[in-house]
Design a protein around this ligand. Structure first.
Ligand code: PEP
Length: 252
């Protein structure tokens, strides 16, 4: 664990106008300036320019919340990975459960987006995780392993340094129901085993695997202390500078 980079990433979802984004980043900046982990804010497309400007020269990286798999073309309403890199964006969330649930994202389209993002030079935050019914059916391990395997199809070992995996149990996202530290660690370890099976032990040991799902200032330290949890993807709490900073502190 000591060898891996801890990454705390905010996922703002569909929140904040550009003016509000600037205000939020100005609030976060001084609180995370001395962070011992990597800090990222993933923001709506329309906030990217503002976020890049507001974070210039700081330790905060900027990410988008999705990207399309084609470079350009007749895809009304979509944004390509190379459009993001051209702006200076460094990260992109792919396969968030809200995209899978509400926008028809599948493991196959997740894989296409991962490939496009890596081809453009972005670092991917790949989200995997089970619904409550799947956990109750006892298929969490198989499901998360399958999501990971399909998402990483065609990804070389060298490219893995630009892949972060976020384990996000869907029942814990935005619900206030956090996975226990043991549950989070157990599935993060399964994902690491899956990466080991696909590549090798060194690749698995180097992979940053985050937990996400109602992580907050209170529960972050216990979750982040787990041996296979290397950071967090933070929704609600990333919109509150003091809470986000507290989570960053817990990761360092
Ligand atoms: C998320 O959207 O990735 C997330 C973890 O949300 P929340 O922290 O609000 O549960």
């Amino acid at each position: 664990k000591a060898l891996r980079k801890a990454v705390i990433a905010g996922n703002w979802k569909m929140n904040k106008t550009p003016a509000e984004a600037k205000e939020l980043i100005e609030g976060i900046k001084p609180l995370v300036a001395g962070a011992g982990c990597d800090v990222v804010v993933c923001v709506p497309y329309v906030d990217l320019a503002t976020a890049l400007e507001a974070t210039a020269g700081t330790n905060i990286g900027v990410g988008a919340e999705n990207c399309h798999w084609e470079v350009s073309g007749a895809y009304t309403g979509e944004i390509s990975a190379n459009m993001l890199t051209a702006m200076g964006v460094k990260y992109v969330i792919i396969g968030h459960s809200e995209r899978r649930t509400y926008f028809g994202e599948t493991d196959v389209t997740v894989n296409k987006r991962v490939r496009a993002a890596l081809d453009s030079g972005l670092t991917v935050i790949l989200c995997v995780g089970e619904y409550l019914e799947q956990r109750e059916q006892g298929i969490t391990a198989e499901l998360v392993a399958m999501q990971t395997k399909i998402a990483l199809q065609g990804v070389s070992k060298d490219e893995l340094s630009r892949v972060i995996i976020a384990y996000e149990p869907v029942w814990a996202i935005g619900t206030g129901k956090t996975a226990t530290a043991e549950q989070a660690n157990e599935v993060c370890a399964i994902i690491r085993e899956t990466v080991k099976g696909l590549y090798d032990e060194a690749a698995a040991n180097a992979m940053t695997i985050q937990y996400g799902g109602s992580m907050n200032a209170k529960n972050a330290a216990e979750l982040l202390a787990q041996p296979d949890v290397d950071g967090g993807l933070i929704g609600g709490a990333s919109l509150k500078p003091a809470d986000f900073a507290e989570i960053v502190k817990a990761a360092t």
